[in-house]
Design a protein. Structure first.
Length: 221
């Protein structure tokens, strides 16, 4: 009879307290607990620091319809990033905090507060300038790039599934940064710094992070 080298391993047959998909990562040197915590921090940054706070930034871009629409693309794609990484946290054995307050507080990036609100403490006395809002958007995207690049670095060659999800998100974060570099360079400095990209065909299209066939069956976001 032919050898079946993968028929059995360190997890006993029928054991539902452990997962081979996790044991493989440990065997390759991944600190799974630490990875779970970083994924929760990143998910919180997507959900709270950007998706939620971009909602407010977008409202204050009224009158700049082009900026508003691009902000909306970035906002909806960040929501998609939260959705994309959420199942992975549970597959690895983790869980969302049971309190939304705790979740928002542990976000791995600063919240993208509307300028002039003293970190969200009160409404702005004067509407912030478009340049000030674009600066907040730009720095939020930069923090996201650093955060997802770190996940890619941890997972490269060891955890292909988390790497793939993080890389899809990173693709879009890099595009988001390029959008806001372009808009801020012109708005604030009158300089051309082309992004190489334009807004999506439909708001929040998320060309890399939305897996239509697998997660959403092709229906909307
Ligand atoms: Fe994001
Ligand atoms: Fe983003």
């Amino acid at each position: 009879m032919t050898e079946k080298p993968h028929a059995a391993g360190t997890v006993a047959p029928g054991d539902v307290t452990r997962r081979v998909g996790v044991e493989m990562l440990r065997q390759r040197g991944i600190d799974v607990e630490q990875l779970i915590q970083k994924l929760i921090d990143n998910a919180a940054a997507e959900f709270a620091s950007t998706y939620y706070y971009y909602s407010i930034l977008r409202m204050y871009l009224a009158g700049h319809e082009d900026y508003k629409e691009i902000c909306e693309d970035a906002r909806l794609e960040d929501r998609q990033h939260y959705e994309l990484i959420l199942p992975r946290i549970y597959e690895l054995g983790g869980s969302l905090p049971y309190s939304l307050h705790e979740f928002a507080d542990r976000a791995g990036c600063p919240h993208a507060y509307l300028p002039g609100t003293d970190n969200g403490a009160h409404p702005p006395e004067q509407p912030p300038s478009a340049a000030d809002i674009l600066t907040v958007l730009l720095e939020a995207e930069r923090c996201a790039i650093r955060s997802w690049q770190e996940i890619c670095d941890i997972c490269a060659g060891k955890d292909p599934r988390t790497y793939d999800l993080a890389a899809r998100i990173l693709n879009e974060e890099i595009e988001h940064e390029a959008w806001f570099v372009e808009l801020l360079a012109m708005e604030r400095d009158g300089q051309v710094q082309p992004s190489g990209h334009f807004r999506r065909g439909a708001p929040g299209e998320a060309p890399y992070s939305r897996n239509r066939a697998f997660h959403h069956g092709g229906a909307g976001n």
